[in-house]
Design a protein around this ligand. Structure first.
Ligand SMILES: [Fe+2]
Length: 244
């Protein structure tokens, strides 16, 4: 292994030094924006887009640590999302295209940020549109309702040996149910509430953050389900789930 003298790291040629000086104002401006989540903005003040992304990125990088807690992570980014300035130009520009994008007739997905550690997607629903139950293998999710109104239900797999043997497929237990309105948030982790379904009561726009983000492997490992319309007798939150 090469050994370096500490002075080699500290020494800088004059042109290099001048280059750093020239870049300092923009570096400082970037750092100030990026650090806005660390107390430079008064608590409760809305966060602009870049500060929000940098704060989420910093938290998402912790997924590579052995001690990463997904529960703590979704709580932390939910707190950040509740401070996101929904009138930020990046977001409003994307949200303004709603009418055009919904003309295609399907739930519309538009990535606003894609990084190695997380992705941020604007998901737009026309009234009555549904995303059927599906899981997110190995992923966490945070959903912020930016506009509209949408029903969401979360499920966990549940062991029902006798019923599974008879039906030949699995059962899901509903572990959460909510109607999201602007600024409401829903979360899931790899181990809890990982399966969800959504139905829009109104034209709705959601900001989703998935950590880690979808890749080919995770898309391939995803499962989609069709739930029985009625719960299992005597188990009001347990539903037979056929793979789709
Ligand atoms: Fe989902």
């Amino acid at each position: 292994m090469d050994e370096y003298d500490r002075r080699e790291f500290l020494s800088l040629s004059l042109p290099g030094f001048l280059g750093v000086l020239t870049a300092l104002p923009s570096l400082c401006a970037f750092a100030t924006r990026a650090n806005a989540a660390e107390g430079r903005l008064p608590a409760g003040e809305a966060m602009h887009w870049e500060a929000f992304l940098e704060a989420v990125g910093k938290e998402a990088a912790k997924q590579h640590l052995d001690a990463w807690s997904q529960d703590d992570y979704v709580k932390t980014i939910s707190t950040l999302a509740s401070r996101l300035h929904l009138e930020d130009p990046v977001l409003t520009k994307a949200m303004e295209q709603l009418t055009t994008r919904l003309k295609h007739g399907n739930v519309d997905f538009q990535y606003l940020e894609q990084r190695v550690d997380f992705s941020l997607c604007l998901v737009q629903f026309d009234e009555g549109e549904v995303i059927r139950p599906h899981d997110h293998p190995g992923m966490t999710g945070m959903i912020l309702c930016a506009s509209g109104e949408i029903e969401t239900s979360n499920f966990d797999p549940v062991e029902m040996p006798d019923l599974q043997a008879a039906a030949g497929h699995q059962f899901l237990k509903r572990v959460g149910q909510a109607v999201l309105k602007p600024n409401d948030i829903s979360t899931l982790t790899a181990k809890a509430r990982n399966i969800h379904t959504l139905r829009a009561r109104k034209v709705t726009q959601l900001v989703d953050i998935f950590t880690p983000p979808y890749n080919d492997e995770r898309v391939e490992q995803s499962h989609w389900f069709e739930l029985a319309p009625e719960a299992v007798p005597g188990q009001p939150d347990v539903f037979e789930a056929k793979p789709v």
